[in-house]
Design a binder for this molecule. Sequence first.
Ligand SMILES: Nc1nc2c(ncn2[C@@H]2O[C@H](COP(=O)(O)OP(=O)(O)OP(=O)(O)O)[C@@H](O)[C@H]2O)c(=O)[nH]1
Ligand SMILES: [Mg+2]
Length: 367
Amino acid sequence: MNRKIFKAENIQQAIATIKEELGSDAMILNTRKIKRKPSDPYGKEMFEVEAAVPLPPKDGKTDKANPVEVIQEDIAQIKDMISIAGFGNGMHNMVCNHFESVGVLASLLRAGVSEALASSIIQKASASMDNTADQREKIKSLKKYVMKECLNRIATRDYFCRDNSSGVPHVAAFIGPTGVGKTTTVAKLAAMLTFQRKMKVALISIDNYRVGAFEQLKAYASIMGLLCVPAFSAQDLLCALDRMKSMDMVLIDTAGHSHFDKQRIDEILQLIKTDFRISAHLVLSVTSESIIMQEAAAAFSVFGPDTVIFTKIDETKRCGKILDQISDFKLPVSLIANGQKVPEDLIVPDRQELLKIILGKGSKEIY
Ligand SMILES: Nc1nc2c(ncn2[C@@H]2O[C@H](COP(=O)(O)OP(=O)(O)OP(=O)(O)O)[C@@H](O)[C@H]2O)c(=O)[nH]1
Ligand SMILES: [Mg+2]
C-alpha cells in the first residue's frame, strides 16, 4: 500500500485532491477532524484524510478486492448518500464531519427514526470513536455503539403475567385514540392469557360511546368462553370487578377518543379512578404520524400509563418512530400488534426483539 495523508477544509475537497493525485483506485483508510488552533485567529477547522493506492504485487497479480464487491460497496454508499441528501443542512454537516457514519445513519433514517434522534445517536457514537483506527475498524465500532445506544433507550415489560402473591386479580385498562386497535388487542391478549398462560381472564367494556362497541368485545369473549360485561358507571364497574374477584386478570376495553377531546378523556379517567388497582396501558398505532403519537401520549398521560402498546406494525416499514416515542415518554413496551388476526398477531417483545422490529431491514445492515 502506498499511504498518504491529505489535508483539506472539507471531505469533498480532500476526496477531489486524492483522486487527482492517487487516481480513482485510491482507498480512504481514515478521516480525522483537526480543530482550529485557539492561538491562530485566522486558522480554520481542517480535515485530515489518509488514503492509499494498492501497490501492484511482484507476481503481476493485483491485491485489489473483488471488483464486484468494490462496485457493490460503492453503490451502497451512493444510495446512502442519496437517501441522506433529502434531509436538512444539519444532516449534511454531520455527514461531512463523520464521513464513516453515512451507512449507519442512512439505515436509521430509512427505518423511520427521526432526523434529530438519528443524528444525536450518531454524534454520540462518533465522539466515542477511536480516531486512530482505520476506516473499517471505525465503522465496526460505530455500528456496535449505535446498537448499544438504541438498546439502552428500549425498555420492555411482560406486564400481563400471573401474579399469585396478591390474591386479587390484576386489572388492566387499555386507553388511546380512536381506531388504534384497543378492542382487537384486548381480544388477542385475552386469548393468549387464557390458552397459553392458562390464566383466568374476564373482560369489561366501558365503551358506552360507540354503537356496537360492547357487542364487538362480547363476540370475541363468547368464542373464547369468557365472562364479558359492560360498565357504564362507577357503580357498574365496581359491581363487575366484584363478580370477577376470582380471576387472575381483568382486561378493560375503553372507548377511543380524539386526544383533543379532553372532556371525554376525563370521563374515562374518572371511571378508571374508581378502583386504584386499575393499571393503564396506552395503545398507539405506528401508522400515525410521529407528532400525532406524541400529542396522543401527552393527552393520555393523565392516566399515568404503566406500559405502551404499539399496533399495526405490519402496515409500515418505518417502525423507527417507536424509538422516538419511547425515548420521549420513557414507558416500557408491553405488547406489539402485528396484524388483524385474533389471536395470533400479538408479540410480547424482549429488548432485542423490539430493537429488530424498530430497525427493520436496517438491523441487518447495522449488525
Ligand atoms: N393491520 C392491522 N390492523 C389492526 C391491528 N390491530 C387492529 N387492527 C385493525 O384496526 C381496526 C380498528 O381496530 P379496533 O380494535 O376496533 O380499534 P379500537 O382502538 O378499539 O377502536 P375504537 O374503539 O373505535 O377507538 C380494525 O379493522 C382492526 O382489525 C394490527 O396490529 N394490524
Ligand atoms: Mg374499540
